[in-house]
Design a protein around this ligand. Structure first.
Ligand code: AMO
Length: 430
């Protein structure tokens, strides 16, 4: 048996005029003129225009796989979806590697995907082939890459906690239950308990993983399965240090997106993300200013808080601190000076909450008392309490919703469009 290495795709700069190439990719679009055909070919690095003198056979259509040999030459092409608008490939030989048997449910060659949101999600595997849809996930991948790289650089260890467990961490109402060999199991709402326990083993940890929320409401910002970017570290004494860590992390992620995804941002017609300034506002101050009652912020209040911060401080990131204890899970640390509020925050960006974070209870007796006060059974959290009994440093962390962040950066108004295959109350497939 011969093992052949898969070479990396040619670096962007290596594709230049007067270079002979032998490339394979899939057909994005074909335009047939009398004497020639223009084929837009999707390569690992993006779309490249190919010109085939004399035309192409019928089997060359959207979705076909081709191998093309030929010479690159300069061109000046206007399609913003092209990765190489200054080049075209003059094909000398075209080999059809595979040809589709069906026509896509929508025209992928148009600048916009002309389909209703439902139709787009129904045919998601095909919609993902549209350059604007792909751009969203190229940006998402860059966000995750930079998240990992930044934290690796700060000495964090990536962990992989289980998604099946016996109980939830964030409160009972939003748990998916499933049978588990004669018992009841639940799907993880968050890696919360695991990331906290891992602090004693690794000091600084992060996880990129799926979490499940059985919230029945269909809103523009809720999914039933989403990707959580989780961070936890200790010893940590100060909420300010945690907020600074998140600002630094977001700046690094945004810088990476600006650097690596300029074409995708331009194609989507959105401004490159920045997070130059952050402000922090106590929860009570936001309430006082909005005049709304309640122990949580409404979407309108989140938008208003971002608008004030932008207008008055030029800030794009808004930390809302001192959240009411009653609205936070049992593990959240109450303020020493006022136990009705917590040492925690929500981070708002472009009008929407993208993160919850805070300091945690690390004293086992305080944690036991909190569980009991909430009518929860300490027995059910035996492993978590044992980790505290055996010593957990003062610690804290946060969870960042990947799809929400992606949607806000990409200017999408529904978080579902930032999920590869979204799960909501009506959708389990594709
Ligand atoms: P929380 O439940 O606030 O906190 O979630 C953290 C972040 O995850 C995102 N998010 C969601 N995104 C899409 N659909 C949903 N249904 C959804 N729910 C939440 C939001 C939110 O800010 N364990 C804590 C984090 C921590 O304290 O470390 C937690 O999960 O962007």
């Amino acid at each position: 048996m011969n093992y052949v290495d898969i070479p990396p795709p040619p670096p962007h700069a290596e594709l230049r005029a007067d270079v002979d190439v032998d490339l394979a990719g899939t057909v994005h679009r074909v335009r047939r003129l009398a004497a020639r055909a223009f084929v837009t070919l999707l390569l690992p690095g993006g779309l490249l225009q190919v010109v085939v003198e004399g035309g192409v056979p019928e089997s060359v259509r959207t979705g076909a796989a081709l191998r093309v040999e030929g010479r690159l030459r300069t061109a000046s092409l206007r399609d913003p979806a092209l990765a190489w608008p200054g080049l075209e490939l003059a094909a000398e030989r075209v080999e059809v590697l595979a040809s589709p048997t069906a026509t896509p449910p929508f025209d992928l060659g148009r600048p916009e995907l002309a389909a209703t949101p439902e139709h787009r999600l129904e045919h998601r595997p095909i919609a993902l082939r549209h350059p604007k849809v792909r751009a969203v996930f190229t940006i998402q991948a860059a966000l995750v890459r930079a998240f990992r790289e930044h934290l690796d650089g700060l000495g964090f260890t990536g962990i992989h906690s289980p998604k099946l467990g016996a109980q939830g961490a964030e409160g009972g109402a939003s748990l998916f239950e499933l049978p588990y060999f004669g018992r009841r199991a639940v799907l993880a709402q968050s890696p919360q308990l695991y990331k906290e326990m891992c602090v004693a083993a690794f000091g600084r940890v992060y996880e990129v993983g799926p979490v499940f929320r059985a919230e029945p409401h269909a809103t523009r910002r809720h999914l039933n399965e989403y990707t959580s970017l989780d961070v936890e570290l200790g010893p940590l004494g100060d909420l300010g240090a945690l907020m600074a860590l998140e600002v630094g992390l977001l700046r690094a992620m945004f810088a990476h997106v600006r650097e690596r995804c300029a074409r995708e941002l331009a194609l989507l017609g959105v401004a490159p993300p920045t997070a130059a300034r952050a402000v922090s506002l106590p929860f009570a101050a936001v309430k006082a200013r909005s005049g709304e009652a309640g122990d949580d912020l409404s979407p309108g209040e989140e938008r208003a808080a971002c608008a004030w911060a932008e207008a008055e401080a030029g800030a794009e990131l808004v930390f809302v601190t001192q959240y009411p204890s009653s609205k936070r899970p049992f593990y959240a640390r109450d303020c020493a000076a006022d136990p009705t509020v917590t040492e925690s925050f929500d981070l708002l960006y472009r009008g929407t909450e993208i993160t919850t974070g805070g300091l945690r209870i690390h004293e086992p007796d305080v944690l036991r008392a909190k569980l009991v006060a909430r009518g929860m059974d300490p027995e059910a959290f035996g492993f978590f309490l044992q980790a505290h009994d055996c010593g957990l440093p003062p610690h804290g962390g946060f969870g960042l919703g990947l799809e929400r962040l992606t949607a806000l950066i990409c200017g999408l108004d529904n978080v579902r469009d930032a999920a590869l295959f979204p799960r909501d109350a009506h959708r389990l497939s594709p």
